[in-house]
Design a binder for this molecule. Sequence first.
Ligand SMILES: *Cc1c(COP(=O)(O)O)cnc(C)c1O
Length: 430
Amino acid sequence: MANADLSWIDYDSQHVWHPYTNIKNPTPAFPVKNASGCTIELQTGEVLVDGMASWWSAIHGYNHPRLNEAIKIQLESMAHVMFGGLTHRPATELVQKLIELTPGCLDHVFLSDSGSVAVEVALKMAMQYSSSVYKSSVKQKILTIRGGYHGDTFGAMSVCDPITGMHSLFTSVLPRQIFVDRPKTKFDGIWDESDFEQFETVLSKRRREICAVILEPIVQGAGGMYFYHPTYLKRVREACDRNDVLLIADEIATGFGRTGKLFACEHADIAPDILCVGKSLTGGYMSLAATLCNERVASGISSGDPGLFMHGPTFMGNPLACACAKASIDLLIASDWQKNVLRIENHLSSGLEIMNQLKSVKSTRVLGAIGVVELHQPVDMHLIGAEFVKQGIWVRPFGTLVYVMPPFCINNAELQSLVNGIGLVVSELD
Ligand SMILES: *Cc1c(COP(=O)(O)O)cnc(C)c1O
């Protein structure tokens, strides 16, 4: 049988770079045979309950018949054509959906191939807007809050947390942006107005240098799985307006229901000027991202010289990805996703809460379909991955954070397996 030949696994470990690994001494990568629903089956036969949704993206689970079908139908007419000078229905229909569903009046959409690129595009939009409208070569800096994560390309790295960000290696070549502390008030804490003072002071003092603020609304993801108070986001919106600075919301992780709202900006009832989506946009099937902007930004850029927006990836608007994204959004909207995310939230809340009794646990928190167990000490990635696999679950912590954001189709028994498995592995650390 073809499956009997597993020599590719050895080859992989010697030649294939995986995310953030040492190619000469990689953490082991478990070989996957297939994935369906909320489970991942390894070549070695184990079936794991998926706690990661493949990094926030597989909201409907794996091998979904409707998404498979959408791609097959699109494949019959074309896999791809260039987007320069040509257009097609899958892209236009997707853009229409995005404009309908996103907060505020974000009426113009730039499609790209990954989240990091969507962030680059957003930063470029803000910078081009600024040079067109203010005719200033100075008002080009970005203000952000510490603890953020916006991607691995250079522009995106420049606004990731300067210390805990994985990017301190490149400090000397990165553009220098402006950072303030992240909000101290937690999502469900009691809002304290003094929590906004630093942001307010820095923004008003340096408004002539700052063209935009970028942040992850409500949930800081890879930068620390931190949930902050919606009033902070409201204050950011007001301060940006007062100071003539654009607001970019990076909803690449939070978009499409993950936090219990369709977009995390809705927790604060605000709309950004520029919005990035990615990750779960295609239901985790393929790489696609989008940057949306409002009329102000679009006409500002267009009124400049030469008025063109200077970006255009080769695979822009890929029809397969667009068709898949539209099917994924349709599937989400037609489902009772709010009730479902609430079910996951309640289950994780009660399941993780009790882990606060463990000595190795610093705190636990849950928002929407995101559950976090923060430890006192960083985990050993080599060891802990195998421990979770032994428990029949797929969980991949980083640093002191053990966290899950499962596909929304996860059932209660599968959720309980995640909770039990995490409880067991974490209690062994005590
Ligand atoms: C993952 C992520 C990105 C980067 O997306 P890629 O598709 O990995 O390039 C940017 N911003 C946020 C908030 C993310 O979670």
